[in-house]
Design a protein around this ligand. Structure first.
Ligand code: BTN
Length: 318
């Protein structure tokens, strides 16, 4: 019976199938359908149910972010060779920071859900169960701490490249928002543990809305998911691609001090270069024209008096 239910729901793609239709097609009661749906959910199928519309399949167990599924696809040398997969955690960044000294370089923590997902600037990051990719990578580079912020840029370049490889026309909104159709689909939160001259570790947290359909009120206009933009991709495939692209660019930077490719990607996929944007800092808003990204990853802008400024941090609004 479960296979028949999956077949019917799967056959209807992104449309809903009503409980009544399922019950007629399969010759069992709606209560029986409901029980089967719950069992399927326990097995890892992500089935959405909406009052008066019915059911639709959003993800299958093949799409669970467990090590078996990811190792099968992964082509990296050290990133993701150790994967810790959790059902639920407060924040993958916080989890990884607690065990940071005891795990190997490149360890990845992925959770199906975060109960206290953290965004930049002290914001929350909505991380509902199986709706996205909530993962953190630990890195232990032998570089001086001031070179660490560039790693965020590498993550942004890796995500945008991975998505474009998968035919998703994503762009980067400096410093590190990944957007589609002007809405944010992915963000990066990098945290550092360091002494004055040496890095203990860097934790790069990546959040990507893959299947999310509803966002909290204050995010509704600004956020989107791949699914909402009509890109139905496997989370496993995306994770493998992102880790692969990240490792290549990261090795360029750490081993060879080579930044050109990273900067090229950031410029090529930039959503703001040559455009007028607002720079927001400490409740102040300034209209500027974006001219370039510097070798250090800073934003070069021209203000309304034609002065050139280099912006090191802050937020941009298009
Ligand atoms: C942002 O754009 O504000 C950054 C969002 C970063 C979210 C990710 S999800 C995985 C990792 N764990 C967290 O608590 N945050 C990051």
């Amino acid at each position: 019976m479960r296979d028949k239910i999956i077949e019917v729901i799967l056959g209807s793609g992104s449309d809903f199938v009503s409980g009544e239709e399922l019950s007629k097609k399969l010759g069992i009661s709606r209560t029986a359908i409901w029980k089967h749906i719950n069992i399927l959910r326990e097995e890892g199928y992500n089935i959405e149910s909406v009052n008066k519309k019915g059911y639709r399949l959003i993800g299958s167990p093949k799409d669970l972010l467990n090590p078996q599924n990811i190792y099968h696809n992964l082509k990296t040398e050290f990133i993701g060779k150790n994967i810790i997969h959790l059902e639920s955690v407060d924040s993958t960044n916080d989890y990884l920071k607690k065990i940071g000294n005891d795990v190997q370089d490149g360890t990845v923590v992925i959770s199906e859900e975060q109960t206290k997902g953290k965004g930049r600037l002290g914001r929350n990051w909505q991380s509902k169960s199986k709706e996205g990719i909530w993962m953190s990578i630990i890195l232990k580079p032998e570089i001086i701490p001031y070179k660490a912020p560039f790693i965020t840029l590498i993550a942004g370049a890796a995500i945008v490249k991975a998505l474009n490889n998968l035919q998703v026309p994503a762009n980067i909104k400096w410093p590190n928002d990944i957007i589609i159709n002007n809405k944010k689909v992915s963000g990066i939160l990098t945290e550092l543990s360091a002494e004055i001259e040496r890095i203990n570790y860097v934790v790069v947290g990546i959040g990507m809305n893959v299947k999310s359909l509803d966002f909290d009120k204050e995010l509704e206009e600004k956020a989107t998911s791949l699914y909402k933009e009509n890109y139905h991709l496997s989370r496993v495939e995306i994770v493998s691609q992102v880790l692969y692209e990240f490792e290549n660019l990261y090795n360029d930077y750490i081993k060879n001090d080579y930044k050109e490719e990273i900067l090229k990607i950031c410029k090529e996929y930039s959503a703001i270069l040559n455009k007028d944007v607002y720079i927001i800092k400490d409740d102040e808003k300034e209209l500027v024209k974006c001219i370039d990204i510097s070798d250090n990853g800073n934003l070069i802008v021209m203000d309304d008096k034609d002065n050139i400024q280099e912006i090191l941090s802050g937020e941009v609004s298009i």
